[in-house]
Design a protein around this ligand. Structure first.
Ligand SMILES: Cc1cc2nc3c(=O)[nH]c(=O)nc-3n(C[C@H](O)[C@H](O)[C@H](O)COP(=O)(O)OP(=O)(O)OC[C@H]3O[C@@H](n4cnc5c(N)ncnc54)[C@H](O)[C@@H]3O)c2cc1C
Length: 509
């Protein structure tokens, strides 16, 4: 069914979730239209060239950040000086820290296989670890187990490996029950808390997967679903080599590659096109209205509309009266997680070469006594050591993320505490670090994770991909049903959503 403004399916938003569902549907032969309000694809998985900031100016940069729930909390030197001196030339800045889980071997891989590959896009894999009391303990990657963690677990009888292997022996229904169990509760029952090194390490890994600082709030079931379904099938095949990685040239390159695939399937993508209304008749969707030229409107028709807009903002485009009051209010109240995500341009590396290649995590940059919900964690990388294309020759790009609740992210005083603390924290670990900083940009985002994977709202408790209340209305993105790390979760929900539309099982739960 296609002609003029009629499509088989319309997707509102070209974020990772919208592109995933749109390209799968297009590959299956549907005439699909994706409408994106921004001038580029990728949504929150956005990359900006340093030179773009100098060319387009500060206001452009601030507006772009704001469109993805982020703002500039500070900089060294002053941002105007950085722009004038073109200090960011040659750098590529993802919006905040933007690593890909398992170097794309999770749901990203499954999805890429489903659409027949995405060309020759490069991913640069790396190993991650936890930094605790001056020592480094490496995360499990492929068959590699940190020898010291293994020794402690054997000598003290701490079932460290259960965190990774229990899910393989459980059914999805059994894991569903663990969704309401926190990491802390699970680790206490297992006796893992008896050893602080192992407990701290698993806490750091769990925060990496969930973006939540507080182990009493992290849903262990959400992580287990992810391990079982995204990683389980690859555990034996050698695909699971790395803990993380970066997309060459910035995270947005992935979305651009998927958009190119979508176009090759005959899909239509319109950027700079904001949907102002999902239209309905007799409880069924009929299409969308978009902002047109000279204040007018344009209509696109379809019996299937998929919203990739973060769920809490659904009612900006569709009337609340279509949904039960309780459902609408619960959806609006679902909370995400934010972060302080600094970038630094470094003129030298002051750490041993091996450590410069690691993604390192520490569970306490500032303690909760400073007024935070919980001790603030950090994960940092010298991103340009893994992907040299993101920094000019002879320079290095440091990126990090320090999770904060949505409320903390919007509180300047709390943000400033972290901004002020970070250089000292790094200096304590690597003397000389402060001197190696050419410039620093302090970005804060209040919606890194659309819906936090906490015990009260884990994967299967998020909004379903198919609306129960409006016929033909679907949802895809990190706020719709799906487990795992943010981008992977958005991809998973896109695949689950395509399966619902087509009545097909793509093997992702
Ligand atoms: C600072 C930061 C750091 C992050 N770090 C990581 C990381 O290290 N690893 C990781 O896996 N994930 C990370 N994430 C999270 C990841 O980027 C998101 O989970 C993922 O990109 C969400 O994709 P989505 O499709 O659900 O939503 P979005 O990206 O929000 O996409 C929604 C799209 O809809 C568009 N839209 C909204 N309203 C309309 C409308 N009315 N009309 C048309 N279009 C509309 C938006 O412009 C957007 O393009 C990070 C996010 C941020 C912000």
């Amino acid at each position: 069914m296609s002609g003029n403004n009629k499509y088989d399916a319309i997707v509102v938003g070209a974020g990772v979730g919208g592109l995933s569902v749109g390209s799968l549907l297009a590959k299956e032969g549907l005439q699909v239209l994706i409408l994106e309000q921004a001038d580029r694809v990728g949504g929150r998985a956005l990359s900006i060239k340093g030179s773009e900031i100098s060319e387009n100016g500060l206001e452009w940069y601030k507006t772009l950040l704001a469109s993805q729930y982020s703002y500039l909390a500070g900089s060294e030197p002053e941002i105007k000086t950085m722009i004038k001196k073109r200090m960011l030339a040659g750098y590529t800045l993802d919006i905040g820290y933007h690593a890909i889980s398992a170097n794309g071997a999770g749901y990203m891989y499954d999805f890429e296989v489903l659409i027949g590959g995405i060309g020759d896009l490069k991913k640069h894999g790396g190993h991650w670890g936890s930094h605790y009391k001056g020592n480094i303990y490496q995360d499990i990657a492929g068959n590699y187990i940190d020898p010291e963690l293994y020794r402690i677990s054997r000598e003290e009888g701490i079932p460290y490996l259960d965190f990774y292997t229990d899910c393989g022996m459980m059914t999805d229904e059994q894991i569903d029950k663990l969704e309401k169990v926190s990491l802390q509760e699970w680790a206490e029952k297992k006796g893992i808390v008896k050893n602080d090194i192992i407990y701290n390490h698993l806490h750091a890994v769990s925060t990496l997967f969930s973006t939540i600082n507080n182990p009493e709030d992290i849903s262990v079931g959400d992580i287990f679903h992810y391990f079982k379904n995204a990683f389980g099938p690859k555990a034996q095949t050698g695909l699971l080599k790395y803990t993380g990685g970066f997309i060459e040239g910035g995270v947005m390159e992935w979305s651009k590659a998927v958009a190119a695939r979508f176009a090759s399937f005959g899909g239509t993508l319109k950027t700079n096109t904001r949907v102002n209304r999902i239209t309905t008749r007799d409880g069924k969707v009929t299409g969308v209205m978009v902002d047109g030229k000279n204040g007018g409107q344009e209509q696109f028709e379809s019996e299937i509309v998929i919203s990739n807009i973060p769920a809490q903002q659904t009612f900006k485009v569709i009337d609340k009266s279509h949904f039960p009051e309780q459902w609408a209010s619960a959806t609006e109240k679902m909370y995400g997680y934010g972060s302080y995500a600094p970038y630094m341009g470094l003129n030298k590396l002051v750490m041993p070469e091996k450590e410069s290649r690691l993604g390192l995590k520490n569970t306490c940059v500032l303690p909760k006594e400073e007024g935070f919900d919980y001790d603030v964690y950090i994960c940092w990388n010298i991103q340009s050591v893994l992907d040299q294309s993101v920094a000019p020759e002879g320079k290095y790009l440091y990126t990090a993320y320090l999770p904060m609740t949505e409320k903390e992210s919007l509180n300047k005083e709390m943000v400033n505490k972290l901004v002020n603390r970070l250089p000292d924290f790094m200096e304590e670990i690597y003397p000389g670090f402060k001197e190696s900083i050419d410039w620093k940009l302090d970005i804060v985002c209040w919606k890194l994770e659309g819906i936090a994977k906490s015990v009260s709202q884990p994967g299967t408790r998020k909004i379903p991909v198919k609306s129960e209340y409006v016929d033909g209305l679907y949802f895809a993105g990190d706020t719709a049903k799906g487990s795992g790390v943010a981008m992977d979760c958005a991809i998973a929900s896109g695949v689950i959503c395509a399966g619902e539309v087509l009545g097909k099982d793509f093997g992702i739960r």
